[in-house]
Design a protein around this ligand. Sequence first.
Ligand code: TRP
Length: 331
Amino acid sequence: MKKRILTGDRPTGKLHIGHLIGSLENRVKLQQEYDTYIMIANVQALTDNFDNPGKVKNSIQELLCDYYAVGIDFDISHIFIQSEIPAIHEIFIYLANFATVQQISHNPTIKTELKQKGYEASTPLGFFIYPIHQAADITCVKADLVPVGKDQAPMVESCRELVRKFNNTYSMNVLHEPEALYGVEKNIPGIDGNEKMGKSLNNAIYLSDSAEELRRKVFSVTTDPNRIHPTDPGKVEGNVVFTYHDIFNSNKDEVADLKLRYTTGKVGDVEVKEKLYKAMEQTLAPIREKRYEAEKKKAELLEKVIETSREVRKIARQTADEMKEAMQIKF
Ligand code: TRP
């Protein structure tokens, strides 16, 4: 029996190369080895976008096109939509008995996000409770593994705790304790040098960007700010063009040569960026091609995901019923 994986994305926009490097490439590999469930967390997306439902709705199709483009196989991975699984909300309320307001307040992910979103003084309850809701996402299919980045690690930890408490309280092994699956942590900086790439920061290279857009963005990448002339010795470390070269350029000799010439003032930004563009285009052109293909069959992809959601609905219903049985509220 293959182990089961559950991962999720909030549909709030198109995916960028940070997602590709950080998680999508990994998912494509994992889907062969594991029984993979990918949730489009549209209900969770509403917790900080409740006033923008159109954005969340439209982002679902973008997400599906991005998945298809990078090679997530809709027949192998079970891709489903959170709002189609009502038992998740039911499981949430059962798990909520085992969490405290204080614990959530101390959750490092929540703390950071409350600050980022300016929610500290006035915290929407729907957002505040999302760690428990996410535990319901994970437990509804009895996932063994949750591939996450460091920022989401406390979420899996709190899920594990909720599962243990639930099972202990009712002396039944109803829920399954999941483990976090950490990939190689690869954070990619934005084209402006910000350590995070993001839509709201306006510094992302999207999987859907055309070759022209990619070229324009590559040529606008910030480099060593202290280097004025190509003959000035430049800094490679922390220089975004070279961070990207290291990730995307498979010609390591070329990268080594460019770095050497950069630090000794023997190469201009134009050559470094032209070569970066070519290297990135090698990775991104096939993805873009597949994305065009996906756009043409958007409706079909959505239909498939809705069908898969029906199957997941049954699994989650079963889990919720087992919980009810354990809590003596099943009639
Ligand atoms: N919170 C995750 C994120 O923002 C998305 C998500 C929702 C998720 N449900 C999940 C991730 C369950 C892992 C497991 O990226």
